[in-house]
Design a protein around this ligand. Structure first.
Ligand SMILES: CC(C)(COP(=O)(O)OP(=O)(O)OC[C@H]1O[C@@H](n2cnc3c(N)ncnc32)[C@H](O)[C@@H]1OP(=O)(O)O)[C@@H](O)C(=O)NCCC(=O)NCCS
Length: 245
């Protein structure tokens, strides 16, 4: 990979400093990549390293990297998925449909509230916290408007009130990824999110996918519990690390 390819335009523009994302560090390349990025004027490096690679993680720590979160990868075969109609615990007035233009800003605001203080950017106290919170709002809006970000955005409504959403990206003919979702606080713990996960799997079956994937923070116990209940299995763990140069 060329050194220029590590530059993250989106992050650099957002935070007003040069930021690089490097996800292929190993023992052979890490010191030369660090040197080159410093020479190129990069101020912050973001990296994701498999949690099993403790020696590499320790070497990166010695070079100033700090763990900012731990992300689990979960997978599920959907070929044999039996479609389940989930009912809300206290109400059955829930409907799920694809996002409409007039709902996009509402979803952005829901994400902004649900993800306050969430994720590795927020764990870096030298980054502007308002910009870190805005990441989820912007990501939600881009998911609705840009097929490179998400192919489907499913919206759950209780009567006419938007209760939550979940995005799905069809990666190839084999599988899709459930990326970003949340539920408004007053509608939590009724099974709304489980219905959204279910809807994504139904779409995956329609697309003839074999399996689906998602990425979750290891400390997000409610959402991990929902995915495990629906038959997803944890396959991998990765640490996100940041390093100021
Ligand atoms: C995570 C989130 C989407 C869950 O939405 P939800 O509609 O409440 O989810 P569900 O009702 O389908 O399931 C929640 C499950 O978590 C359980 N749960 C709730 N709080 C919990 C906790 N602190 N620890 C462990 N489990 C918990 C609930 O009991 C429920 O399981 P049950 O039905 O077996 O009792 C919602 O809390 C949210 O929007 N959080 C903020 C944003 C976020 O984390 N999004 C997901 C990452 S992309």
């Amino acid at each position: 990979m060329k050194i220029e390819d590590y530059y993250s335009e989106l992050d650099s523009k957002r935070f007003g400093i040069n930021i690089a994302k490097v996800n292929d560090f190993n023992f052979q390349n890490y010191s030369s990549i660090l040197k080159e990025l410093k020479l190129k004027g990069i101020k912050l490096i973001l990296t994701r390293v498999n949690s099993e690679k403790i020696q590499l993680i320790n070497a990166l720590e010695e070079n100033g990297f700090r763990v900012k979160d731990t992300q689990l990868t979960l997978n599920r075969k959907i070929e044999n998925y039996e479609i389940i109609k989930y009912q809300l615990k206290d109400s059955n007035n829930i409907t799920i449909s694809e996002v409409k233009e007039c709902e996009i800003e509402i979803l952005g605001d829901i994400a902004y509230n649900a993800f306050q203080g969430y994720g590795h950017y927020n764990m870096n106290k030298l980054l502007d916290s308002e910009e870190s919170n805005m990441i989820y709002k912007d990501w939600t809006i881009r998911s609705c408007r840009d097929k490179n970000v998400a192919d489907f955005v499913f919206v759950a409504k209780v009567n006419d009130d938007v209760a939550g959403f979940l995005t799905l990206k069809n990666i190839n003919s084999q599988y899709g990824v459930q990326y970003l979702g949340c539920v408004v606080e007053k509608y939590r713990n009724f099974g709304v999110f489980r219905m959204l996960i279910n809807e994504c799997m139904i779409k995956g079956i329609e697309l003839n996918n074999n399996w689906q994937q998602t990425f979750l923070l290891s400390i997000n116990y409610p959402v991990i519990s929902s995915y495990l209940k629906l038959g997803f299995k944890i396959s991998e763990s990765n640490h996100t690390m940041h390093c100021w140069l």
